[in-house]
Design a protein around this ligand. Structure first.
Ligand SMILES: NC(=O)c1ccc[n+]([C@@H]2O[C@H](COP(=O)([O-])OP(=O)(O)OC[C@H]3O[C@@H](n4cnc5c(N)ncnc54)[C@H](O)[C@@H]3O)[C@@H](O)[C@H]2O)c1
Length: 356
């Protein structure tokens, strides 16, 4: 081999590249396959329960106190590493700008995820994280419902007709396949509620009807979901029927004092919940309405360290802060699928490192 060829080969072997996946690429690679997402999220809860993850608390940029997250917005940074057979690291950068839908006709949340090889540290992929994030949030409620809702659940009451509510319903109807008979939805925006009900009924093949109030959506529902940008509490714990499972993924819908109506409170990671200092499960403990010893991590329930639902009459609240390990697990699933299908753009980080 000529010296120049040899040199070229050495140069080439120093290239570091990664795959870039746009939102459209993620969708083509199965990003909207809720059964797949549920598997990825089940896996991350198992690893969390077995303590095979590394997940530092998330730094949040905000322009004021916690309450300004629902008005001015925030940017969260969420890194983690998952062990076991996943063996992957990653990070989600996720701004939330509440005015976007009204002001510029764009979603509130937009995200970018980086996946890294934990052995050489190089990026594997940079991808749109908006779909991954919404899908994993739905799936977290789905997995929680599998362990905490009554197995014969048939009705769902959901508050909020935004982006997250879509994946919440996709997940619950995937977990309780052909079992959910009716979904009631309430949003402050009546037009949006009607449109959402129509679209989701078509997508899920389940009756989805608009409710005229949050109370009407919540009463008599086996599964209750609150997923809004509410700046004030409106849930009355007494509205929930005996045995109801309630997933509150947003922050201000239920007031801390209402948590006395729930027999069990489950989160995804209470250390993270405390660090963020916004979720109602944290405020209810801080203000003395419930005891921290009655707050459990779902991963511990998933691996059998802690009991899930113990009897049919228990009212249970799930209040996840949202974990990076879910984003990384789901993004890794989509990335692997994209790779096997040849989807995405191969981009260089460098062709040859400038400094060594
Ligand atoms: N815990 C998690 O892991 C997690 C993950 C993602 C998003 N979230 C949270 O989920 C929430 C919803 O996000 P989204 O993307 O669907 O937002 P979105 O802006 O798409 O939709 C929010 C909806 O809430 C409605 N709303 C506001 N106040 C209401 C009230 N009092 N009663 C009924 N409806 C009301 C709005 O009209 C809007 O339709 C946000 O608070 C977000 O921070 C949590």
């Amino acid at each position: 081999m000529a010296v120049s060829q040899q040199l070229e080969k050495t140069e080439q072997s120093k290239r570091v590249g990664f795959i870039y996946l746009s939102q459209e690429d993620c969708i083509r690679a199965g990003g909207l396959d809720m059964d797949g997402t549920l598997e990825a999220i089940q896996k991350s809860f198992e690893l969390h329960g077995r303590k095979e993850v590394i997940q530092p608390s998330k730094p949040v940029i905000r322009w004021g106190g916690p309450e300004t997250e629902e008005t001015r917005g925030r940017i969260m940074t969420m890194p983690s590493y998952l062990g076991g057979d996943l063996d992957v690291a990653g990070m989600k950068w996720i701004p939330s700008m509440p005015e976007n839908p009204k002001k510029i006709g764009q979603p509130r949340a937009s995200a970018i995820i980086i996946l890294s090889d934990p052995h050489n540290g190089f990026p594997l992929a940079i991808l749109d994280g908006t779909i991954v994030s919404a899908m994993r949030t739905g799936a977290a409620t789905g997995i929680a419902a599998k362990y905490l809702a009554n197995p014969n659940s048939r009705t769902v009451g959901i508050i909020g007709a935004g982006v997250q509510s879509r994946t919440q319903l996709m997940a619950v109807t995937s977990v309780f396949k052909n079992q959910i008979e009716q979904i009631k939805v309430f949003d402050l925006n009546e037009e949006k509620t009607k449109q959402f009900a129509k679209e989701m009924q078509g997508e899920l093949n389940v009756s989805v009807i608009p409710a005229s109030s949050a109370e009407k959506a919540i009463r008599d529902s086996d599964i209750v979901i609150t997923a809004t940008m509410s700046t004030f509490p409106y849930v009355n714990g007494e509205w929930l029927k005996e045995g109801a499972f309630h997933s509150e993924i947003s922050f201000w819908d239920t007031a801390p004092q209402e948590l006395v109506h729930y027999e069990k409170v489950v989160v995804d990671d209470f250390e993270h919940v405390k660090h963020h200092g916004v979720d109602v499960s944290y405020r209810a403990v801080r203000d003395g309405f419930i005891d921290e010893s009655n707050v459990f991590n779902l991963g511990d329930i998933v691996v059998g360290k802690v009991a899930g639902r113990e009897h049919a009459k228990q009212k249970i609240l799930f209040n996840p802060i949202g974990m990076s390990i879910h984003d990384v697990s789901e993004a890794f699933r989509v990335y692997n699928r994209a790779k096997s299908l040849g989807i995405g753009q191969d981009l260089p980080l460098w062709e040859h490192p400038h400094w060594l």
